[in-house]
Design a protein around this ligand. Sequence first.
Ligand SMILES: Cc1cc2nc3c(=O)[nH]c(=O)nc-3n(C[C@H](O)[C@H](O)[C@H](O)COP(=O)(O)OP(=O)(O)OC[C@H]3O[C@@H](n4cnc5c(N)ncnc54)[C@H](O)[C@@H]3O)c2cc1C
Length: 393
Amino acid sequence: MHATRYLIAGGGLTADAACKGIRDADTDGAVTVVAEEPHPPYSRPPLSKALWKGDDERTIWRGTAEFGVELRLGRTIVALDLAGRRAADDQGEIYSYERLLLATGGRPRRLPFGGDEVIYYRSLDDYRRLRALADADTRFLVIGGGFIGSEIAAALTMNACPVTMVFPQPGIGARIFPADLSAFLTDYYRAHGVEVLTGASVTAIEWDADKVRVTTGDGRMREADAVVAGLGIEPRVELAKAVGLPVADGIVVDDRGRVDGREDVFAAGDVARFPVAVLGGTMRVEHEDHAKSHGRRVGGNMAGADEPYDHLPFFYSDLFDLGYEAVGELDSRLQTSADWSEPRRQGVVYYLDNDGRPRGVLLWNLFGGVEAARDLIRAGEPVEPGALRERVA
Ligand SMILES: Cc1cc2nc3c(=O)[nH]c(=O)nc-3n(C[C@H](O)[C@H](O)[C@H](O)COP(=O)(O)OP(=O)(O)OC[C@H]3O[C@@H](n4cnc5c(N)ncnc54)[C@H](O)[C@@H]3O)c2cc1C
């Protein structure tokens, strides 16, 4: 039996931030992180960006162990006993704890065919696998036109690999960008040499020796050497579900990160559904800033800080030489209002509710405006087009 004051299930960015949050409030209570991957916590964003632009792999580590925590790597928590405050891992170790954090993140959605040869891109090991292929003149087929698909397609193309993208939406980023911006981005990829097949759902993946043949519902077929998929993630809620904790597309937490009002069970990061007072309702956010800030705040609360999480997380992406930062709810189904200093090259897109108040703000190739965008959303007033761009530019 391994006794610890704080037990963290999961070893990602959230777990790392929670360790730091615990240490803000408790300098010497025993912290144990049980992490399924064989690596200590690392940053995922560089796996689809900076590492493809020449950054060294050593830049991704979070330095978690320096906070005096015990890392149990390559182990998965498989069972919880909430009444006994115990957890078991897949190697038969039992942990007793006073406070538990579920920071189990998400696992990539998979296709029902194609097998393990398809790289569902999420981890450092996936990066290493893809990097080895990219260094061997591989032709890639990338499934998905969202965050991961678009970043990986750009990264591979910048590394001189031929890339075909396939996805069912009408354009790249169509779920979050207004239609004209998504169409611009799709053309931008094509101009950089990416073959982009829009409106195309993959219906079959067949491996033939070292080649792969991918077929789409409209009868198109492409051959490649490797397939990478970015189809989003499913929150890893199975532990919570098995012991009857509330789950609704994520583990439901309160503003302290507590689960089911309990003082001894918390959840944070990609796996947690948390209240967002300024927008009303709850959200689950799959982004770095949230993982870090939610993890840190909830870690502090595990150690008694008792502070609400009222942060409006931002997110960002780099696509070739385009980049953006965004805050709040970016959903292309909302009404949008764009304010360009140069059409589709630089500007602001506001995502509005029915009364014209911003629920989300996209800063397209415009940096340093995240705090001002948060202020606009928090103010809850109809936006004056131009206000934000002039403040930031
Ligand atoms: C390639 C890539 C690029 C990204 N780029 C950006 C970006 O540009 N901007 C941005 O804002 N966000 C980006 N993100 C998203 C961001 O990295 C995530 O939101 C963040 O990493 C989530 O952290 P997490 O710790 O909550 O979850 P995860 O990163 O999923 O970590 C959870 C960890 O826990 C482990 N685990 C799960 N269950 C158990 C268990 N039962 N026992 C033990 N261990 C377990 C998992 O194996 C995993 O290692 C990117 C993600 C990826 C994959």
